[in-house]
Design a protein around this ligand. Structure first.
Ligand SMILES: [Fe+2]
Ligand SMILES: [Fe+2]
Length: 347
């Protein structure tokens, strides 16, 4: 058993991917100088192991995909959570590992985009926006049977419980994603992000803060922090990591516009199905406020987003390409996530 330090101890005998993850996770609780003092040989060995995880994930190995996304999520926590103690934030080695994971994750998403699709997009901003919406409507994720059939008509108490855990990676921190993506913006886009953020803050009413309302669901289902972090699947982690990657990196701002805009746009129809399931199961009202609220508010958010953020940006060819790329990442990764949910729950 390798040293696991502050990690979750993922190691299982004979799984080299998880043993690499465990070792790196143990470093994340050390000072950056300590991690960067590793010998050149040790550093090269670990970078090589991370490259192996990426190669296996690219060839369809589910265990490797889990290791890849779990590790990226753990590294992103350095930038998205206030630490309780020492962390390796700032470590050059950890940054190198994150870059390898991010590059592989981005390449996998790009490979899922149908060749030539983005190039078909109209150049006139309003036509472009219509094209984006039609692309989403024609995607198999739109009206996916997971929501429209399974959640609506068949999901049990435990299925819904699992559903909300998997949703935590985006819904549970939408405010922070907006805050990260806002940096460097100006004018109508900054104002739209700010207005959206203020809604996330319950317009100043603590009891209406969206993450607070979302956390009420955990109370209904008695879900602990620890269970949450252990239960996330590879595709859930992937969805959360894509959101953080796009919102954090300024060079990927336009992709974040597409990714978050599509998230807002798809939410109302999905949440109608969740509310239906909640009522069918007779679950406590307090847990469904978040979803009920978002059926209305996210259609307004999507409209404002498309009008004030997407349309002005769509004057530029580079922005159009990048926004479409972010939208397709969202559609494809959401589809992979919903596909993954169906067999496990239908079994
Ligand atoms: Fe919200
Ligand atoms: Fe929203």
């Amino acid at each position: 058993m390798p040293e696991v330090g502050g990690s979750k101890g993922l190691t299982v005998p004979g799984d080299p991917f998880l043993s690499t993850v465990d070792r790196v996770c143990a470093w994340l609780g050390s000072a950056p100088e300590k991690v960067d003092a590793l010998s050149g040989a040790e550093r090269s060995r670990v970078l090589g192991e991370v490259a192996d995880i990426n190669a296996a994930a690219a060839s369809g190995d589910d265990g490797a995909l889990y290791a890849q996304q779990y590790l990226l999520d753990r590294i992103y926590q350095l930038y998205t959570k206030i630490p309780q103690g020492q962390t390796a934030e700032g470590s050059v080695v950890v940054y190198e590992i994150a870059r390898l994971l991010e590059t592989a994750t981005a390449a996998a998403q790009d490979a899922l985009i149908e060749p030539g699709l983005i190039e078909e997009a109209p150049t006139e901003p309003r036509e472009y926006l219509t094209w984006l919406k039609n692309t989403a409507r024609n995607h198999r994720v739109y009206k996916h049977p997971y929501y429209h059939d399974f959640i609506r008509n068949a999901a049990s108490h435990d299925d819904l419980r699992n559903y909300v855990m998997q949703e935590s990676v985006v819904d549970g921190r939408f405010d922070d994603l907006l805050a990260m993506m806002q940096v460097g913006t100006a004018g109508a886009a900054k104002m739209e992000i700010a207005a959206n953020f203020w809604d996330e803050m319950g317009n100043g009413d603590h009891a209406q803060v969206h993450t607070h309302l979302f956390n009420k669901i955990y109370e209904v289902f008695e879900i602990s922090e620890d269970e949450l972090s252990r239960s996330l699947t590879a595709t859930s982690l992937l969805n959360g990591n894509l959101a953080v990657m796009l919102c954090r990196q300024r060079a990927l701002y336009a992709e974040a516009v597409g990714f978050l805009g599509m998230t807002e746009w798809m939410a109302p129809d999905r949440f109608v199905q969740v509310v239906h399931a909640w009522e069918r199961l007779g679950l406590p009202e307090v847990g469904i406020t978040y979803h009920k609220l978002h059926i209305t508010i996210d259609s307004q958010h999507a409209q404002g987003w498309f009008h004030n953020v997407v349309l002005p940006a769509a004057e530029s060819a580079d922005m159009r390409r990048a926004i479409a790329r972010g939208i397709l990442w969202r559609l494809n990764s959401s589809a992979a996530y919903l596909d993954e949910r169906i067999p496990s729950v239908a079994a």
